[in-house]
Design a protein around this ligand. Structure first.
Ligand SMILES: [Zn+2]
Length: 155
């Protein structure tokens, strides 16, 4: 998950207003593929990670790590939860739920219903910190503001 967050951060300047997302695929305790959401409107982290995975690796024995719940709706790209279900990894570890009203638990529900072992909350605080601006926008409909204040000594 720490690697997911490192990867996710690489998209920092290009993905807004989308969240920063990184995805890592593990087989036999080794990272065999990874990807991140690189650009707004472009493929999501999960798509990029699976595109990197060699055909020789049995997907059903892989674990997928992703810092944000895989999407479940058609946006600019098809839903990542459908892609993961088609690939059938044995486990999906998710850092945090997606607060976006179009996802909000639906992505996880789809994965669980398809029989994939899903866990949520790995390094959750770090995942929330990384996407604090995205989370604020989608939970209270306000922008995340940083205020830098300067004034003279006498006010
Ligand atoms: Zn997605």
């Amino acid at each position: 998950m720490m690697r997911c967050l490192e990867l996710a951060k690489l998209g920092e300047l290009e993905v807004a207003p989308n969240p920063m997302v990184g995805c890592v695929i593990v087989y036999n305790d080794e990272i065999v593929a990874e990807g991140y959401h690189e650009k707004y409107g472009g493929p999501h982290a999960e798509v990029n990670a699976f595109a990197q995975l060699s055909d020789r690796i049995p997907t059903h024995l892989c674990d997928v790590f992703v810092n944000l719940e895989p999407c479940s709706h058609y946006g600019k790209t098809p839903p990542c939860s459908d892609l993961i279900i088609a690939k059938k990894p044995r486990r999906v570890c998710i850092g945090m739920l997606d607060p976006h009203h179009k996802v909000a638990g639906k992505g996880i529900k789809k994965l669980i219903e398809s029989g994939i072992n899903v866990s949520v909350g790995m390094l959750e605080e770090d995942c929330k910190l990384l996407n604090k601006k995205f989370i604020k926008a989608h939970t209270v409909s306000l922008p995340y503001v940083t205020l830098k204040w300067a004034e003279t000594k006498n006010g």
